[in-house]
Design a protein around this ligand. Structure first.
Ligand code: GUN
Length: 276
């Protein structure tokens, strides 16, 4: 069965829109982009479009690649202090020469709608959080919508990034799953993925997960976004073959991606509620 992220994301956005209308709040999201990475440009445009759709005021700040870290930090400081801005998103990756970690830590934790700031990361660990990172939160939301309970299941997360793999593992642990994290140095990846009741792959490598690596009846969540030659995107999972074995699977596009976008809108609404 296909896990319809696109359909669920639409419902999340509708819910955000309804809450904005009923509360009379106007959440404000600052979207900061540095340089001209084409993928970042697409992501930023999509985020602005989502904002417009659900009644969030978005403001874009585009800095040239050579603006320098000082200018970027000054901008973040200004946005931290603006009353009409509730969420600040600095699109990653930053160009070479910018200390990404320093920039992330400069964002006020109360406006850190990506949940990348150390304070918010720490809160995910303890379970006492106000924001969850959009992609893993979107995955959990998708599992919940289809009544897939991670409790007691063996969840295997492939990829150990700060943005997806690590918080994903922690959130599955909060749901009382038994969690294994695999990564680029894992020896015999297939021996782990074959044990997975729920397999989450967030690597960025086409066909990394083939049908022989998946247990019959497993839930397969594909977080990968890879650009295909000649246009379009695909995930990390060999979708056609794996969908024959999986009980549930997310497509790419139309799976996790739209959920990530929707959860950003919800985090921005939550930030506005908390700051008001
Ligand atoms: N680059 C890739 N994914 C993300 C994300 O979720 N947030 C930000 N800020 N940058 C990204």
């Amino acid at each position: 069965m296909v896990l319809d992220g696109k359909g669920l994301a639409k419902k999340v956005l509708e819910n955000v829109k309804a809450q904005i209308e009923s509360t009379g709040l106007t959440p404000g999201l600052a979207v900061v982009i540095v340089g001209d990475n084409p993928a970042s440009r697409v992501y930023v445009n999509n985020k602005k479009k989502d904002c417009a759709e659900c009644g969030i005021k978005s403001e874009e700040f585009a800095l040239p690649e050579n603006a320098g870290e000082g200018k970027l930090l000054a901008l973040i400081d200004e946005l931290n202090n603006r009353k009409d801005i509730h969420g600040i998103l600095v699109q990653l990756p930053l160009p070479v020469g910018y200390a990404q970690e320093k920039v992330i830590q400069a964002i006020s934790p109360a406006k850190d709608v990506d949940a990348f700031h150390m304070l918010n990361v720490g809160r995910i660990f303890t379970g006492n959080y106000s924001f969850l990172p959009c992609t893993p939160a979107g995955v959990i939301e998708l599992l919940d919508a289809y009544d897939i309970d991670p409790k007691g299941k063996h969840c295997v997360v492939v990829g150990h990034s700060n943005i997806v793999g690590k918080p994903m593992a922690m959130m599955l642990l909060h749901r009382h799953a038994t969690v294994t994290i695999c990564h680029i140095h894992t020896v015999d990846l297939a021996s782990f993925t074959r044990q997975a009741d729920i397999l989450v792959c967030a690597v960025g490598k086409v066909n990394l997960i083939t049908a022989d690596m998946v247990k019959q009846g497993a839930v397969v969540i594909d977080v990968g976004i890879n650009r295909k030659e000649g246009g379009g995107i695909c995930g990390d999972v060999d979708y056609e073959a794996v969908s024959e074995k999986a009980s549930y699977i997310t497509p790419v596009p139309g799976g996790v991606g739209p959920m990530t976008r929707a959860l950003l809108m919800r985090n921005t609404l939550e930030a506005a509620k908390n700051l008001n």
